[in-house]
Design a protein around this ligand. Structure first.
Ligand code: PLP
Length: 449
């Protein structure tokens, strides 16, 4: 048996139909280039699933982990601490929107969300003026917040979540503020008012039972890179304050520079009550997540042990010091390399490429927020008619791109360009040209059959 056989038959890959899986076995990487066991090279257009920030094997990040290894690899945060994780907590508070003053560490995006949901629930039970009837959540249609049961409950991607419906708690659902598929009678110009109207109506009616509204700021990534109308996030913050509903911002995917600012919330001057961070927190090196909370929430959990106000939740590796060390180093690299300033020309270049790709006949829409680019393939452009997902158009194009040396992962019919922020302009050009050629190749092949 070869490694490839073991990979095909023993390793159970996430979100992968194992009966159809074609192994891709990476052996090493440097910068934005991954190399497989056969020596073939691929540009990483998916940032190793939206988490790599400064490239692979960045010397500063590698060194930070090595230095931490010489101190200690892991210490529990259950009733104990370590120097590195404390420093990271302080650093996160310094860079987060004002009002977020406490950090609960876990290890993945889903756990960061799970923590936020449970904190919000318990907060309403324990605050000085308790309102335990506020025990329901509001989430957006097509939302994705991770794969644990709480995160799946607030999730709304039918194809992933329907199977688990009997296990989930009920959630109040808002339409996703989608600008490509607008409801009948709503124009692009009227979209913001329309979608905020749906939020206000729901909150006005149901706020007595709502603990929190959970949202991905600016872009719903796994939903297919649905870019929200500017002003939507700020509007949601205004309405959640008006109706006394906590706001949970899930920046697991959009955080750490992807949208052009370090955090997406900054762009609309929004400070949520709970903020979830993961993925890019460690520069994409190690699993680490954080849920930031306001002082008001934190204070509701204080009391004697006997009062049972403790947050009884934790993960063995939450706040792991190796992860914290590389997270601190990643934040330093943001400053030293002026990552966000250097991103501007890349964002502009991505826009140029998307504008060109948007003219292809099978491309219904292109969307962009910062260095997140999306290309939606459609069966019929005029009717905005999607391809049936079973036909796997997105996967087929990504396979064609892979054969040309660019690694991508689609969201159904939506192709995603989301490379590490350290991508060079030349590499970005190559990714865009390969994607374009792959779309033409795959869709014209279809036309010919
Ligand atoms: N939240 C958002 C917005 C995500 O995009 C993801 C993962 O893609 C998660 C949560 C879950 O993160 P993880 O896969 O680290 O559990």
């Amino acid at each position: 048996m070869s490694l490839e056989d073991w990979d095909r038959h023993i390793v159970w890959h996430a979100f992968t139909q194992m009966a159809e899986y074609e192994p891709l076995i990476i052996d090493s990487a440097v910068g934005c280039v991954l190399r497989d066991v056969e020596g073939r090279e691929y540009l990483d257009a998916v940032s190793s699933l939206w988490c790599n920030v400064h490239g692979h094997r960045h010397p500063r990040l590698d060194a930070a982990i090595r230095e931490q290894l010489d101190k200690v690899a892991h210490v529990t945060l259950l009733g104990a601490s370590n120097t590195t994780t404390i420093r990271l907590a302080k650093r996160l508070i310094d860079l987060a929107p004002q009002g977020l003053e406490h950090v609960f560490f876990s290890d993945d995006g889903a756990t960061a969300v799970e923590v936020a949901l449970k904190m919000a629930f318990q907060y309403w039970h324990q605050r000085p003026d308790p309102r335990p009837q506020k025990n329901t959540y509001v989430a957006l249609a097509s939302a994705y917040h991770g794969d644990t049961i709480g995160a799946v409950s607030v999730g709304g991607v039918d194809r992933f979540h329907t199977m688990f419906r009997p296990l989930l708690f009920d959630v109040l659902r808002l339409p996703a503020p989608d600008l490509y598929r607008l409801p009948p009678g709503v124009t692009r110009d009227g979209a913001l008012a329309h979608y905020l109207g749906t939020v206000e109506r729901l909150l006005a009616e149901e706020h007595e039972q709502i603990a929190a509204l959970v949202i991905e700021p600016l872009v719903q990534c796994a939903a297919g890179m649905i870019v929200h109308p500017p002003g939507y996030l700020a509007g949601v913050r205004r309405l959640t304050r008006k109706y006394d509903v906590l706001l949970i911002a899930d920046e697991v995917a959009v955080g750490f520079g992807r949208t052009g600012t370090l955090l997406a919330c900054e762009q609309e001057n929004v400070s949520p009550d709970l903020l979830c961070l993961a993925k890019g927190l460690t520069g994409g090196y190690l699993p680490l997540a954080a849920t930031l909370a306001t002082d008001e929430i934190w204070r509701a959990f204080l009391g004697t042990y006997a009062e049972s106000k403790t947050f009884f939740h934790g993960h063995t590796y939450g706040g792991n010091p190796l992860g914290a060390a590389v997270a601190l180093a990643s934040l330093e690299v943001f400053e030293e390399e002026q990552t966000l300033v250097n991103l501007r020309p890349k964002i502009a270049r991505l826009s140029e490429h998307l504008a060109r790709i948007a003219t292809l006949p099978q491309v219904g829409d292109t969307r962009q927020c910062g260095l997140i680019g999306a290309i939606e393939l459609v069966r019929n452009r005029d009717r905005r008619e999607p391809y049936p997902w079973e036909e796997k158009w997105g996967l087929r194009v990504c396979d064609a791109a892979r054969a040309r040396g660019v690694l991508m992962r689609p969201l159904g019919n939506v192709l995603v360009i989301m490379p590490p922020l350290s991508i060079t302009l030349a590499e970005l050009d190559r990714i865009a040209k390969v994607v374009e050629a792959a779309i033409v190749d795959v869709t014209e092949r279809r036309a010919a059959t």
